[in-house]
Design a protein around this ligand. Sequence first.
Ligand code: ADP
Ligand code: MG
Ligand code: MG
Length: 879
Amino acid sequence: MRYVYAFEEGNKDLKDLLGGKGANLAEMTNLGLPVPPGFTITTEACRAYLHDKRLPDGLDEQIDARLTALEERIGRRLGDAADPLLVSVRSGAKFSMPGMMETVLNVGLNDESVHGLAAQGGERFAWDSYRRLIQMFGATVCDVPAADFAAALDELKHRRGTRDDLGLDADDLRTLVGTYKKVFAEHTGRDFPQEPREQLRLAILAVFDSWNADRAVLYRRQERIPADLGTAVNVVAMVFGNLGPDSGTGVAFTRDPGTGAQGVYGDYLANAQGEDVVAGIRNTVPLQELERLDKTSYDELLRIMARLEEHYRDLCDIEFTVERGKLWMLQTRVGKRTAAAAFTIAAQLVDEGVIDLDEAVRRVSGAQLGQLMFPRFDLSGAREELTRAVGASPGAAVGAAVFDARRAIELAERGEAVILVRRETNPDDLGGMIAAQGILTSRGGKTSHAAVVARGMGKTCVCGADDLEVGTDSFTVNGRRIAEGDTISIDGTTGRVYAGQVPVEPSSVVRYFEGTFEGDDPLVTAVDRLMRHADSRRRLRIRANADTGGDAARARRFGAEGIGLCRTEHMFLGDRRELVEKLILAEGLPEREAALAALLPLQRADFVELFRAMDDLPVTVRLIDPPLHEFLPSLTDLAVRVAVAGERGEDAGRERQLLAAVQRMHEQNPMLGLRGVRLGLVVPGLFAMQVRAIAEAAVEVTRAGGTARPEIMVPLVGAVQELETVRAEAERILADVIGDSGVAVAIGTMIEVPRAALTAGQLAEAAEFFSFGTNDLTQMAWGFSRDDVEGAFFWRYLELGIFGISPFESLDADGVGRLVRIASEEGRAARPGLKIGVCGEHGGDPDSVHFFHQVGLDYVSCSPFRVPIARLEAGRAAI
Ligand code: ADP
Ligand code: MG
Ligand code: MG
């Protein structure tokens, strides 16, 4: 088995084997860029080691052989006393991962070779390099607390009256090496290893082991990175940025990763090594300064950056070092960027002729578009940032800090905006979470209870703010105290927390979709272009779930091509409750008919509004679904009212009647009870009234010159006989109302009971269309009560990895998705051309949209706000 590859032997497409860093070092090497020579130990070696708990056979020999080749090429031997070769040992998995061991520099230095190095580069440089090795090796390989090294360094600087490490001379650094060795020995019980080959071997093992460090495991779970990939290790000949003022190290981006603006961005630090740039040891200077310091290196860097962009056809980030006027490339990769930059850069690259529009659309995502649609904090003014943590559910929320769920509910009822702050949340906090504008916790990551529930509710959430000390009526962070009632602002996208009220600005992208954006904004232009292209490519149609004319009109502006779900039960609330009560309590036919007759014109008016807003587009109306008792007052309230009235000797006739009805209709398990089509079959006249209202509204709109295209959808069907019964009655009414008006009304069924999916061939005989209600289908396929489980135990399931994401958030392709496939195939086999859509929340979820595209559905329907996301993802799925 081959475990070790020289950089010359790899390329950028070998990330699985060589890790991201190794694959890109190989790519740069083969592009002829100045990369220090080195080699990569494969992820396969790591997997074998982690599995067998020992290095695989032959690995040591392969490393030796590569090392010898490296030594011969450079003309120095690892750790040679007179003129040592030094190397860095760098981890590099397929995905970069916080919590893993990073890098050990200067491997090969010891008490002897430090003198050899001094002879080459000077005393100060040599001792500086040696103390760095002990520090990095100690902290990352042997778990010596980094703070102990830092404390020793600070103490020395203090003693020497300098704040800057450049204020320490060679003697100081020699002393520091002595101190570090003591720190090392104290913590490990052994002396700092002097044998270069042993240093190398231990560092490699430490990289492998760090794959399973707690933080790395947690991160993988949160980001849904497979746990069995393993990491590669890169061994790279050292080049030195700490050789004096003509040396240095830096990082750079080929474009601004924040906004996507063109130009060169980066930081540079003279006379420094490796991590100094990011560690904030000294103040870096903007990359442009390098032009003044060393024009030759600067020009070459710019040339290389242009070359890399051209080669990778994307924004690259870069790590480099200048050793006495000679530029070395130490890393590159296609750089991370904000959502705004992703769109802007993709459009720019199209303009530059680097990529085509298909590729541009592929490079952005619905999730990024979603981020751009949330209101944002306007950060142009002064503000006080308290901390940065995990952005767990996006949005910008402002409110008074409260520390208790009940208190949150209390204040919210008074109309105050609150942010619920907890160490962590549990199901008891649910009411407070609903009442709050946002949620802030000090523990837990993206899959904590708070995060999962907040995302489910679409509520802003920042979690894992571990420098917050949360008490019962205040929290402190870095010495600052925020008491109950103090205003804070939390950003669920960036994870930042601010004291006070940060102004919120509406998203320019939403204004663009609304048609109210004016002016010139590269982001809006880019979004417009990519959306148009996605629309031209997608095969799925996108509809919206909307119940009112207002929602429908908005959805249409956002690009909806119809309504996939109008929930008629929303039309029975408010003032109309009383009419519904009458219907439920009706004792004879005349009473019931009177109640229905009163509801009819109201429903008709609702539909007229909808059909007008969606003129000439299909509108799917679902007949009433939830159990009737949901329209009645609660059992407890009523019982109390009746009892109190009784005590006072008052007449409570109506209430008594209501109470009896509620008791009669009480169900142990209403979601599996008398609802949907079952209700229509049991309560005479109810569905008939709705069908009549739909038909009359359609005729009215058509007579007025519009085009209504209603589709009547029967919910919760499990057997074709149910559908046939409803259909027969509906057809009679339609024939009666529509007459010769020319209106066409389709009748179809929801597929949301597993039995419906499994008998879809039969159902298709009686249905002109199917619409998957994936919320109920998920609920019934898994047996999860969707109103209860997310808050109750989903966090645990996510923690255990039973699923990576809630099946209510993203369609469970294996289980629920299988039902969708079966029903589509068998439905279409029975009725070719059967129109099939989805109207569950999944219609707006990117991964689910791709799945529905693959299955070959005709459309997805989602909430109006997610329509653009679905459009984009449907385009991406088709490219
Ligand atoms: P990370 O994954 O944290 O970026 P790296 O392996 O890239 O870790 O190492 C961090 C830094 O260490 C690099 O940016 C570079 O400055 C320095 N470094 C790594 N290897 C070498 C080397 N062979 N010569 C000089 N500096 C190096
Ligand atoms: Mg790096
Ligand atoms: Mg349903």
